[in-house]
Design a protein around this ligand. Structure first.
Ligand SMILES: [Ca+2]
Ligand SMILES: [Ca+2]
Length: 90
């Protein structure tokens, strides 16, 4: 659970700046190898471009909810409907 909490905190730290400045969107600089791949998967799901389904530059509530569902499904590696540390393990 601590790893999941840590991973979600990292998501928050990485995605808030990414949402605020498009030029840093999805930036996972500082991560290498498998950790970089994992962090890229996590951050890609929370970018504006991933959620803005109609491409109008804004994320409407329905787009956010649909995008979040797709993001969670992507992170749920074993498909049990729950994101755990095992899903985020390297
Ligand atoms: Ca939109
Ligand atoms: Ca899971």
């Amino acid at each position: 659970m601590q790893r999941l909490t840590a991973a979600l905190c990292m998501v928050g730290l990485l995605t808030v700046p990414a949402l605020a400045a498009a030029d840093t969107e999805g930036d996972v600089e500082g991560y290498q190898g498998d950790a970089r791949v994992l962090m890229q998967r996590i951050t890609d799901g929370m970018t504006r471009s991933a959620s803005d389904a109609d491409g109008d530059g804004r994320v409407q509530r329905a787009e956010f909810i649909d995008g979040t569902q797709a993001w969670l499904n992507d992170l749920d590696r074993n498909g049990d409907g729950v994101i755990t540390a095992d899903d985020l393990a390297l």
